[in-house]
Ligand binder design. Structure first.
Ligand code: AMP
Ligand code: FE
Ligand code: FE
Ligand code: ZN
Length: 292
């Protein structure tokens, strides 16, 4: 019986997924269900990296099984990108009980609490019949824009999540409210302070020119960045190659993950993304050797 049992292919036993979300942020699987799903998929390792929270990690880690995947406690912190908009830093192997990290994340949750009523007010101002209470009832962890999207869909005000974002919720749309975020340097220091390994998430989504991205990475590296998420659901083969090359040139390790959100991003599957993601388990050694 192969590791992971039914449904696990020989290939997935050699794959890892170091970027996923649970119900503690905006995913639809509980942390324990996520660990179980990774075991069913036969992954060698999976990291839980919820947005701006470590609340799901104790449940996640307690779902470890001797014959299951290695479970990596993580977090994904949304920082203020130079020039505006978000830039996401993933921290792998963070200590869920680190007081400095908890304090930093509590500050971010406060920023969310202040933002959500403003989003609700903007949507109401657009004539949409939607309340913050209805939205909050859909979340079991933190409330964010995906829950606003879900509420808009469930009330028949839009056809689907992507329409909810494009018409109302995305940056620049009429229901968008900017969120106060910490600087990348602060996030790097929080992650390192909690014993974690900082990774720049989904670099292609930054839509930077190669030269600008390289300069950014060099600056972040001076502040403790250790790795680049070259393997990602939305990176094509040429991008994966180019980000791997960039990481090698700059002395960064390579990470990879799907950004699995369960039913909130139905086209993304654990471990394989939209079908072509392949983050090999050999990456683990290169990441771990940088943990101090
Ligand atoms: P928030 O942290 O509340 O600003 O919400 C950010 C989350 O919204 C991201 O992690 C995604 O899961 C989701 N999201 C952002 N843009 C889109 C989009 N265009 N379509 C679907 N989901 C999106
Ligand atoms: Fe998300
Ligand atoms: Fe992200
Ligand atoms: Zn993510």
């Amino acid at each position: 019986m192969p590791k992971g049992g039914q449904g696990a292919s020989l290939e997935s036993m050699n794959l890892i997924d170091l970027h996923t979300h649970s119900t503690a942020s905006d995913g639809t699987l509980s942390p324990a269900a996520l660990a179980a799903e990774a075991a069913r998929a036969g992954l060698a390792a999976v990291a839980l990296t919820d947005h701006d929270t470590v609340e799901g990690l104790p449940e996640f880690l307690s779902a470890a099984r001797p014959d299951g995947p290695e479970l990596v406690p993580g977090v994904e912190i949304s920082t203020q990108r130079p020039g505006g908009g978000p830039m996401h830093l993933v921290g792998l192997w963070v200590d869920p009980h680190d007081p400095g990290l908890s304090e930093g994340l509590a500050w971010m949750q406060q920023a969310r609490l202040e933002r959500n009523p403003k989003i609700a007010a903007k949507l109401q101002g657009l004539g949409l019949d939607i309340t913050l209470e209805e939205v909050a009832a859909l979340a079991s962890g933190q409330v964010g824009r995906p829950h606003f999207a879900q509420a808009l869909v469930e009330k028949g005000l839009v056809n689907n999540t992507s329409e909810a974002f494009s018409r109302y919720l995305k940056r620049g749309a009429p229901g968008y409210v900017e969120k106060e975020r910490m600087s990348p340097e602060q996030a790097l220091s929080l992650i390192r302070g909690a014993g974690g390994l900082p990774v720049l998430a989904h670099p292609a989504l930054l839509e930077m020119s190669p030269a600008v991205l390289e300069a950014l990475l060099l600056r972040l590296k001076e502040h403790g960045l250790e790795a680049l998420e070259a393997h990602y659901s939305q990176h094509d083969a040429a991008q994966v190659r180019s980000f791997k090359g960039l990481a090698a040139r700059l002395g960064l390790a390579v990470s990879g993950g799907s950004d699995f959100h369960g039913a909130n991003k139905p086209d993304i599957r654990l471990g394989v993304g939209m079908g072509t993601l392949r983050a090999p388990k050999e990456l683990l050694a290169g990441l771990k050797e940088r943990l101090t």
